[in-house]
Design a protein around this ligand. Structure first.
Ligand code: MEV
Length: 337
């Protein structure tokens, strides 16, 4: 039995624009998906998943070939999660050159599903790592990140960047520009997350931005402007020093850039009333800055909170179902047992 975990992430800057080759900077957070893989003597795949949302639920299925499971699942979100698990199994089989490998897989996750915190990437990364290790064929992190990306790309019909999967594999903050992915230095930023209890449809939201971009010049320019913000943010992060207190001015500037980034994402039509409400609450409670994270449409915002007040303020905000601190996860995927 092999147990691996991988972190979720927030986007400091750059979601959506990254799909068009602009740079992005996601950062891993200490909310993890944990996957246990046990090889079977037959070629079946059995998956048990619990806590795949903050509310938690359980689903089980047995499949014969690793093809998308043909079973009743409680919600479309769970069905989507099963699709990711299945794609991870196929990647693990290919990596280990074991096309008929069967597994008993258990997934536990404290990352809200489909809410902009990279839940699917964390499950895919931890799943491929656990399954290949369980077969005695571990793969290095670059190959793992690449295979996890291919799994997401397949499930999301070709509408995935490498950001979520690379960040979850490596941990810390990373820089993504097309196929060029690298870890970067970042201080431990005071993240607070607000979650509206919902989820956006990443495929639909990405398609919506693509449509806008092909129709309006402003949308094209907005994507380029997001890329400019990312580059400024990167330069600031490079100036950070390890002592958190010494970074105050830099955090103020980073927060301002996050505010700009949120405004530009709203212009691209991917924010939502609940996300805007949480963003404004966080700012008014003293956050240096706040923005939606991930595909948008619903889900999570991320704020930089120097005060310790933002979490409580968010918890009283209409439309906010949960608010929590999240520290930077310096470790990416790891073996748990
Ligand atoms: C989704 O977490 C982030 C998007 O930029 C899509 C992607 O990068 O794959 C919207």
């Amino acid at each position: 039995m092999t147990v691996c975990s991988a972190p979720g992430k927030v986007y400091l800057f750059g979601e959506h624009a990254v799909v068009y080759g602009e740079p992005a900077v996601p950062a891993a957070i200490e909310r993890r998906a944990t996957v246990t893989a046990e090889p079977r003597s037959d070629d079946h795949v059995r998956v048990e998943a619990t806590d795949l949302s903050l509310d938690g639920f359980t689903v089980e299925y047995s499949g014969g070939t690793g093809a998308r499971p043909d079973v009743d699942v409680p919600t479309p979100l769970v069905e989507a999660a099963m699709g990711y698990v299945d794609a991870a199994v196929r990647q693990a089989r290919a990596a280990a050159d074991s096309p008929n490998a069967g597994f008993d897989i258990t997934i536990e996750s404290d990352i809200p599903l489909g809410a902009g915190l990279g839940s699917s990437a964390a499950v895919v990364v931890a799943g491929i790592d656990a399954a290949t290790r369980a077969l005695g064929e571990p793969i290095d992190r670059r190959e793992l990140a690449d295979r996890a990306y291919r799994a997401e790309f397949e499930v999301q019909d070709g509408q995935a960047s490498r950001a979520d999967t690379f960040c979850s594999t490596m941990g810390g903050a990373v820089r993504i520009e097309g196929d060029d992915c690298n870890p970067i230095d970042a201080p431990n930023l005071p993240f607070v997350i607000g979650f509206d209890g919902g989820a956006g449809d990443t495929g639909e939201l990405v398609a919506g931005v693509r449509e806008l971009k092909s129709t309006y010049r402003f949308a094209d320019d907005t994507v380029t402007a997001i890329g400019d913000i990312v580059q400024t943010g990167e330069r600031l992060l490079a100036e950070a020093v390890p002592e958190a207190d010494a970074n105050r001015e830099l955090l103020v500037e980073l927060g301002e850039l996050m505010d700009f980034n949120h405004g530009l994402l709203a212009a691209l039509g991917v924010s939502a009333r609940s996300l805007d409400a949480m963003v404004w609450t966080a700012r008014e409670a003293g956050a240096y800055g706040a923005k939606l994270t991930g595909a948008g449409g619903g889900g999570c915002i991320v704020a930089l909170d120097p005060t310790g007040e933002v979490e409580v303020a968010l918890s009283y905000t209409q439309g906010c179902e949960d608010a929590f601190h999240a520290s930077l996860a310096t470790e990416g995927v790891r073996v748990e047992e």
